[in-house]
Design a protein around this ligand. Structure first.
Ligand code: PLP
Length: 472
């Protein structure tokens, strides 16, 4: 059934996106569609659910399935910024602190930091898991978990990795304080100050901060909003510069939200393997696909890939539970983790293990992937409606952030400051680049509770952009 439902969902999605079905149109009922296509009712229902997950369809009580999104043809993807590739130290990250502080200020409409609102997180289940852990394992919960972390959590992660085609023994995992610490440990293990690290451009600003703090240089590789890091550009860069490591987020990168095609994943892994350049894979959004299939991991193609991830975008950023599968660097990373902060807090580790083991994690994923897809579709629709003509937007395939290129002459650093004065936080484009490119770009997080407050913020933002584009 898998392929049939997906074929139907893809066909209907492309009809919707190309304007064949208009917003508000009613799709044939399930039975009728099944008869028309000679498919089973279950296949049609699954396909319709998929379209709902993608934010293209809504069910109206008793009256059927209606097209929800505007034709995607109205939205152009942002441009790929190509400049001379040369290694450079990271600059201009001070704005990030403002952004991060805004994330904790309830008076501010939070569209900046990629932090899900509590409504997207299983807060009750987390609370119950913590209570269970404290009740059932009181002594252990109050002790250190040196230094690789709780074995039951590592077992659960190892099982999940096996489901995604990666054989990682629990002994080859280290639990970290989130994905950020995993990335930091990976780069510490692989580099010395002054070394060059190839990264996607635009990229997650936290990675840039790690690069900055370790005295490394970033080599920004142009990245396509649909297919990820340009392998042609990477090849060229590798022929010119001595690169010590390469960091990528192939599954729903931040901020572009794209998923690297399978062939590109294979090419990337073999290109780096041939040159003996270690590859670090950040998979923090990998479980948040809008379609059913979880995308594959680079780690599944080569055991030496260093995989970093966490539950910050799925269960809770506050638990601070992440992990690293470090392959050949395991011993070194285990020791560095110990030196850095002895261990990750025990209670959150045991609580996450509990949620993975009892199935609540998967149940939550099934719900939240659709919620994120819907949140992205709704925000995109509002932006098309309110923002000036010429605004270009990514169409992410997972995660919950969108990347916008704004029309005309605009400096998004200035825009972000003005927006903050109005109580709205956005992430300006230059913080996603080591050399502060992307002055005309912003990233918005869609994982906020939709309502008048957010809609008014978008209208206000649109007004500021309009002023910025018409300085007179
Ligand atoms: C791509 C990416 N990697 C890593 C992180 C950091 O994750 P954590 O909160 O688990 O440290 C983030 C957080 O926004 C991210 O977007």
């Amino acid at each position: 059934m898998d392929l049939l439902y997906r074929k139907l969902a893809d066909e209907l999605a492309s009809l919707i996106n190309n304007g064949g079905f208009q917003r508000g149109d009613r799709l044939p009922g399930v039975r009728h569609q099944a008869q028309l296509r000679g498919l089973s009712i279950a296949t049609v229902i699954t396909a319709y659910r998929q379209l709902e997950d993608w934010g293209l369809l809504e069910v109206r009580n008793r009256s059927g399935f209606y097209v929800k999104a505007k034709p995607a043809i109205a939205v152009q993807p942002p441009r790929i910024v190509v400049t001379t590739m040369r290694p450079a130290p990271v600059t201009g990250q001070d704005m990030v602190l403002q952004l991060i502080k805004a994330a904790n200020n309830p008076a501010i409409v939070q569209l900046g930091a990629a932090v899900p609102a509590p409504e997207f997180l299983p807060t009750r289940a987390v609370e119950q898991a913590i209570t269970r852990v404290l009740r059932q394992q009181r002594v252990r919960a109050n002790n250190y978990e040196f230094s690789t972390g709780a074995v039951e959590l590592r077992r659960q992660i190892s099982r999940r990795l096996a489901d995604s085609g990666c054989a990682v023994h629990p002994d080859n995992l280290v639990i970290t304080n989130g994905c950020q610490e995993a990335l930091s440990l990976a780069l510490r293990a692989l580099t010395q100050p002054g070394d060059v690290v190839a990264i996607e451009s635009p990229t997650f600003y936290g990675l840039l901060q790690v690069i900055e703090s370790l005295g490394l240089e970033a080599l920004e590789i142009p990245t396509n909003p649909r297919s990820g890091m340009s392998l042609e550009a990477l090849e060229l860069a590798l022929s010119r510069w001595q690169v010590k490591a390469c960091v990528v987020t192939p599954n729903f990168s931040n901020p572009l939200g794209c998923c690297m095609p399978e062939d590109n994943k294979k090419k990337l892994v073999s290109m780096l393997k041939e040159r003996q350049i270690p590859l670090i894979e950040d998979d923090i959004y990998g479980d948040l696909s809008f379609s059913h299939a979880r995308p594959s991991l680079l780690k599944g193609l080569d055991d030496n890939v260093i995989l970093c991830s966490s539950v910050s975008k799925t269960l809770s950023p506050g638990l601070r539970v992440g992990w690293i599968a470090a392959g050949a660097y395991q011993d070194n990373i285990e020791y560095m983790k110990y030196v850095l902060n002895l261990a990750t807090s025990t209670i959150p580790q045991l609580a996450v293990a509990d949620l993975l083991e009892n199935g609540q994690y998967d149940r939550h994923l099934r719900r939240v992937r659709g919620d994120y897809a819907q949140a992205v579709a709704r925000m995109t629709e509002a932006i098309i409606h309110y923002f000036p003509e010429g605004t270009k937007i990514t169409r992410p395939e997972g995660g919950f952030v969108i990347w916008l290129e704004l029309p005309g002459e605009i400096d998004t650093f200035v825009l972000a400051h003005k927006a903050l004065e109005l109580g709205i936080s956005i992430a300006p484009g230059p913080i996603f680049s080591a050399s502060q490119k992307y002055r005309q770009f912003i990233r918005l997080s869609c994982a906020c509770v939709w309502g008048n407050r957010v809609e008014r913020a978008l209208v206000a933002l649109a007004g500021l952009i309009q002023q910025g584009t018409n300085p007179a």
